[in-house]
Design a binder for this molecule. Structure first.
Ligand SMILES: Cc1ncc(COP(=O)(O)O)c(C=O)c1O
Length: 326
């Protein structure tokens, strides 16, 4: 990729802070993935995706998103001088919609779930010949999100934790992190990859249910409303890849009860960190795994949770992926 394109597009993304959770949660490191130019980790992938689109001569890009990827792609498209159209489910937060519009993108609110938004975007690409800036299918996006693993390794003194908890919707962070850790291992820089503990919402858990059933493919699920809109993906296109990456790492996939999100969001705010519900769900997962008083009384018993509890006894890193201002 041309250095001049990268230099023109970068907003200084990456190198997000890593801080300790507090004395009540020994060994837990928080990586503040909401400290990004567009306030979510999606900038990692969006800058690489848009740079590759510019390099290939794109003029117009189309994306679909639950909000954060759309904002990131709209921001970098604006910086690159590309026209941008973003398809989102109509029910996403008003602030995410406002952010996409602020970057000058045209916003298409689609009735239905996240899959309906993706289908509408693909139809628009077929109709108009625009470049499909998909953070799910386009491999350049994962080339960006893998930097999460590299940074963690650098910031932890050239080492990795025993486990990393990741949100899993379409798996752009889970798959990017898995790729980054594998590359570190292949380069001889780490002996073993951390176990990935992938979290879904109990309201939309095609991967967690597949994990429980021993299926290598995401299963069809009934979806109910969740405040964790960023990971409400009923049919993740890379679902089989996500399940395989988690299995390869020695981790597990589990679902988190909706009632745990709010207490987790409050718990983080009491630690000085304000995140959106999707990010709070990831924190809820850590609190549940560690039997923290903030989630006392919230019951989760399954084979997956038994594994998650064992894996989080040691050093664990938790990305907080989106700002509460979203
Ligand atoms: C805040 C936040 N966390 C996690 C995710 C899940 O990311 P992925 O779909 O890559 O698994 C998203 C996706 O939009 C998000 O916005």
């Amino acid at each position: 990729m041309g250095d001049d394109i990268a230099a023109r597009l970068t907003l200084g993304e990456g190198h997000t802070p890593i801080v300790s959770a507090g004395s009540d949660l020994e060994g837990v490191a928080l990586k503040l993935e909401f400290v990004f130019p567009t306030l979510s980790f999606k900038d990692r992938g969006a800058v690489v995706l848009i740079a590759s689109a510019v390099e290939r001569g794109a003029r117009r890009v189309v994306a679909d998103s639950s909000g954060n990827a759309g904002s990131a792609i709209a921001a970098y498209a604006a910086r690159a001088g590309l026209e941008c159209q973003v398809f989102v489910p109509a029910a996403i937060s008003a602030r995410k919609r406002a952010q996409i519009l602020a970057y000058g993108a045209s916003l298409e609110c689609v009735a239905g779930d996240r899959t309906a938004a993706a289908e509408a975007a693909i139809a628009a690409v077929a109709r108009t010949g625009a470049t499909y800036a998909s953070h799910i299918y386009n491999p350049y996006f994962l080339q960006g999100t893998k930097t999460f693993a590299f940074e963690l390794w650098e910031q932890l003194g050239r080492g990795v934790p025993d486990a990393v908890i990741v949100p899993a919707g379409n798996g752009t962070l889970a798959l990017g992190a898995a790729r980054g850790f594998s590359e570190l291992q292949a380069a001889g820089l780490i002996e073993r990859v951390p176990a990935l503990i992938a979290l879904q919402s109990e309201c939309c858990a095609p991967l967690a249910q597949a994990w429980t059933m021993g299926s290598r493919e995401p299963v069809d699920v009934e979806v109910t409303p969740t405040s964790a809109e960023g990971i409400a993906i009923p049919r993740p296109a890379r679902g089989a890849q996500i399940l395989a990456a988690v299995a390869h790492s020695g981790g597990c996939v589990v679902s988190v009860p909706e009632v745990a999100i709010e207490p987790a969001q409050r718990d983080l705010a009491a630690r000085g960190l304000f995140v959106e519900p999707t990010a709070a769900l990831v924190w809820a997962g850590l609190l549940i795994a560690r039997h923290h008083p903030a989630v006392r009384g919230i019951a989760v018993e399954s084979e997956g949770w038994t594994v998650a509890r064992a894996l989080t006894r040691g050093n664990v890193a938790v990305p907080l992926c989106g700002s509460g201002l979203k």
